[in-house]
Ligand binder design. Structure first.
Ligand SMILES: Cc1cc2nc3c(=O)[nH]c(=O)nc-3n(C[C@H](O)[C@H](O)[C@H](O)COP(=O)(O)O)c2cc1C
Length: 333
């Protein structure tokens, strides 16, 4: 056995989702069955994700996708964490986990092609709620990981969530630190997006690049009430047709909780992809303090034991644009 299995499964896992598409992972292949996962500190989000919870969950998703991809070669991935605290002050690539390809006879229910088919859809949805059989599968997957998947098809709740998500974008933009950090990951043009192969490309954000540029660089313009209301209206229109929102709750306090949640989110998203359901996570509702407070007040939940750690809209849309990725060669060290 040579290193080809690593190359083959990385070709799948590099399509994993990460907050702001930062793709913080690097891989050092040690042998045909062993590799080290490292993180690149300049790809962390110290302002938007100060505890690293979402980026750590991204690593959980990445490892889960490696494992799903490895199953068709008769392997699964076993991981051992070197360091679970992502430290943005580090100056160099930093070890995160040791992973191993281990022989397995277990059947994997997800076809690995789903990993590359999966996409975030920020497009309008088609006005149909997600079917009950799909919801049942999602509830079951979440339960297997010790989490609860709660959904709502009630229009009042849907409108409340969509409005909160829209407001969050304005809250983030009015905060200089958040704005500066998000700005580092925005790709306004196709040329910029294809040069860097990471970050949030305007095309995928379903936002005209020029408008996105103005939004970030001329804040004063958007304080004029007419312009402000118009952009808010435009943004809300982009999420029209949503008939299902959902939230995930469960243990989300320690790095191991975040990794477990990431493994689960990878499988939930593959399950949705299998059923042609698209997802639009609203992670910034959780990371933005003002929005999170509004969420806590609305749901009246006990945060210590049963945190709502992700809120999403899900449904059926046209094929969303493909967000770009670093190549396997870029990921390898
Ligand atoms: C934990 C987490 C939180 C996210 N939060 C948001 C969000 O608040 N808003 C958003 O538009 N996308 C969000 N995303 C989606 C990512 O931006 C997206 O996965 C990434 O840009 C790659 O695009 P893709 O999923 O289409 O491959 C989130 C993703 C993850 C994993």
């Amino acid at each position: 056995m040579d290193n080809n299995v690593w190359m083959e499964i990385l070709e799948y896992a590099r399509w994993s989702a990460s907050p702001h598409n930062v793709q913080p992972w690097k891989i050092e292949v040690v042998s045909a069955t062993e590799a080290n996962i490292l993180y690149d500190p300049i790809r962390l989000l110290p302002v938007e994700d100060p505890t690293g919870c979402f980026t750590t969950a991204g690593f959980g998703m990445f490892i889960e996708n490696l494992s799903v991809a490895a199953h068709s070669k008769g392997f699964k991935i076993e991981e051992k964490y070197t360091e679970t605290i992502l430290d943005h002050t580090k100056k160099e690539l930093t070890p995160f986990a040791k992973i191993k390809l281990v022989k397995t006879d277990d059947k994997e229910i997800f076809d690995r092609e789903l990993i590359t088919e999966r996409r975030t859809s920020r497009l309008p949805y088609n006005g149909k709620p997600v079917t009950d059989d799909v919801i049942r599968e999602l509830v079951k997957i979440a339960m297997e990981f010790g989490h609860t998947f709660t959904f709502s098809k009630d229009m009042r709740m849907i409108n409340w969530v969509l409005t909160l998500n829209r407001d969050t974008i304005f809250y983030d933009m009015n905060d200089a630190e958040s704005r500066n950090e998000i700005g580092l990951w925005l790709r306004y043009s196709a040329e910029d997006a294809h040069k860097k192969n990471d970050g949030l490309w305007a095309h995928c954000m379903n936002f005209p690049g020029a408008l996105m540029y103005l939004f970030f660089h001329t804040r004063w313009l958007f304080n004029f009430p007419i312009i402000n209301s118009f952009v808010k209206y435009l943004y809300l229109q982009s999420t029209s047709g949503t008939r299902t929102v959902a939230w995930l709750s469960g243990p989300f306090n320690t790095p191991y909780d975040w990794l477990n949640a990431g493994h689960m989110l990878a499988r939930l998203w593959l399950c949705m992809t299998k059923h042609h359901v698209y997802l639009h996570p609203f992670g910034s509702i959780i990371t933005n303090k003002k929005s999170h407070k509004r969420l806590r007040e609305k749901f009246n939940v006990e945060e210590k034991t049963n945190k709502i750690w992700l809120i999403v809209r899900l449904g059926y849309s046209k094929l969303p644009p493909r967000s770009l990725r670093l190549s396997v060669a870029d990921i390898l060290v």
